[in-house]
Design a protein around this ligand. Structure first.
Ligand SMILES: Nc1nc2c(c(=O)[nH]1)N[C@H]1C(S)=C(S)[C@@H](COP(=O)(O)O)O[C@H]1N2
Ligand SMILES: [Mo]
Length: 237
């Protein structure tokens, strides 16, 4: 994994923290060898997720399937909506901010076992963007692409229209940092966090679900928290 942000760089981690992490490692094993193998590809340079316990990161781990991701700002960020729609288009950050916003506060749950309680996300309901583009008859699913050039995700159209699925512009009541997938990431509240694609750059309406990056490596496409990936512990919110 590549860590380019200040919040996870070069801070010494004490022995007690490392011992604590060994416990977290055991929780990861409980998620099943299949998943363990899949996300271990992520863990090359951070085998037990130390980045998640560095000061200022509030329990989050940093994930990226590529070693570096370009920064996109107000000046050059765009989100494309295309595929089976009447009105394909491209939105800049200011366009997205001018749309209706929704704020949700729920637990973030990674499939490997770590959880961050009560995390605010805020942004445009995906349903609003789909309605604005005019989904054509015969459409069944949505594919998401990312400006890291590698990660993809997907939802059925029905899932995509849920009111707890956002094109998020804010996380923890602040702009989304580059390491957390800013300026814009997907936020799929009811599913494991791998559905919440970071560095979102494209929304394509399609005729069928196309399994995303981790789903081609064994994760469930329908990633409901507590009802998928062999896990059964639902969060409290
Ligand atoms: N583009 C992109 N999005 C991604 C990932 C990734 O590697 N690349 N990892 C996923 C996984 S497995 C998790 S747990 C979360 C991690 O988000 P965070 O880095 O903000 O903690 O992002 C998800 N979205
Ligand atoms: Mo994850």
């Amino acid at each position: 994994m590549d860590r380019t942000d200040d919040e996870s760089r070069g801070t010494p981690v004490g022995r007690r923290v490392v011992l604590g992490l060994l416990g977290l490692g055991a929780a990861g094993v409980a998620a099943g060898p299949y998943l363990q193998r899949a996300e271990s590809a992520l863990a090359e340079r951070d085998p037990i997720g130390l980045s998640g316990l560095l000061p200022g990161n509030n329990g989050f781990r940093y994930y990226s399937v590529v070693t570096s991701v370009p920064e996109r700002t107000e000046a050059d960020y765009t989100l494309t909506v295309d595929g089976l729609v009447e009105r394909p288009g491209t939105h800049r950050l200011a366009d997205l901010r001018a749309m209706p916003q929704r704020r949700l506060v729920k637990d973030v749950q990674c499939v490997t076992g770590w959880r961050v309680p009560d995390t605010p996300f805020e942004g445009v309901p995906l349903a609003h963007l789909l309605d604005a583009a005019g989904v054509r008859p015969g459409a069944k699913a949505v594919r998401f692409s990312c400006f890291d050039g590698a990660y993809t995700e997907s939802l059925t159209l029905e899932q995509a229209r849920r009111d707890d699925v956002l094109v998020a512009l804010r996380m923890r009541d602040d702009a989304i940092s580059h390491s957390h997938g800013g300026p814009v990431r997907l936020y799929v509240a009811p599913m494991y966090f791998y559905k919440s694609a970071k560095w979102l750059s494209g929304i394509t309406v399609t005729g069928a679900v196309e399994p995303g990056y981790w789903e081609r490596n064994g994760y469930d496409v329908d990633a409901w928290v507590g009802r998928s990936n062999g896990r059964d512990d639902a969060p409290t919110s």
